[in-house]
Design a protein around this ligand. Structure first.
Ligand SMILES: [Fe+2]
Ligand SMILES: [Fe+2]
Length: 189
């Protein structure tokens, strides 16, 4: 799978978790908030790790503009990791726990949007399809190494099963996704 499609799929899976976290927060359902926060932090750990070890080093020198976005991206990852560590160090009973989760969500939303709107289009024009495909395979291999689900774990699900999971997981844009995009995006049941 194309590296940019794979990373966008990761972003949309986390956006679904953010939406569900916000609903649980509004409903004052602390148990669900804690479960979703754990999933969010795990997803972000894997995603920042595959970007930092595999994606950013591979694309950093494509153009000067991309290089600048990578350096900014690394700083945004650092801020997100600090917030995640702070969240993990607090009791969910503390009002700062939910406040930090909110700031984490806002900062990750900003970062993911910047990657998708600024960095990825530049890479799409600078790199050919084969290079993006090879990079996608390297990202999948890194995920497997980290014990995270890969496309291969979900590709055998039917379109109906994928659609059902995407609905339950509140994946944004799911109605416009191809079967492969849905498979890349959903978390296994
Ligand atoms: Fe990133
Ligand atoms: Fe990303």
């Amino acid at each position: 799978m194309d590296a940019l499609t794979l990373l966008t799929a990761d972003h949309n899976r986390v956006r679904g978790l953010f939406t569900r976290f916000q609903s649980a927060h509004e409903a004052e359902d602390q148990k669900t908030q804690v479960e979703l926060a754990t999933k969010i932090i795990h997803e972000l750990d894997v995603h920042t790790s595959i970007e930092e070890t595999t994606f950013y080093p591979a694309i950093s020198d494509v153009t000067d503009e991309v290089h600048e976005l990578v350096v900014e991206g690394e700083e945004e990852h650092r801020v997100a990791k600090e917030l995640m560590a702070e969240v993990q160090g607090l009791s969910p009973e503390d009002e700062h726990w939910a406040a930090k989760m909110k700031v984490l969500i806002e900062s990750v939303e900003h970062h993911a949007e910047e990657e998708e709107k600024e960095m990825f289009p530049k890479l799409r024009s600078a790199l050919d399809a084969a290079a993006l495909e090879a990079l996608g395979e390297a990202l999948e291999a890194k995920k497997a190494e980290l014990g995270a689900p890969t496309l291969a774990d979900k590709i055998d699900l039917t379109k109906e099963e994928l659609t059902q999971l995407a609905r339950e997981q509140e994946i944004p844009g799911r109605s416009k996704m191809s079967q492969e995009e849905l498979a890349a995006t959903v978390a296994p049941a």
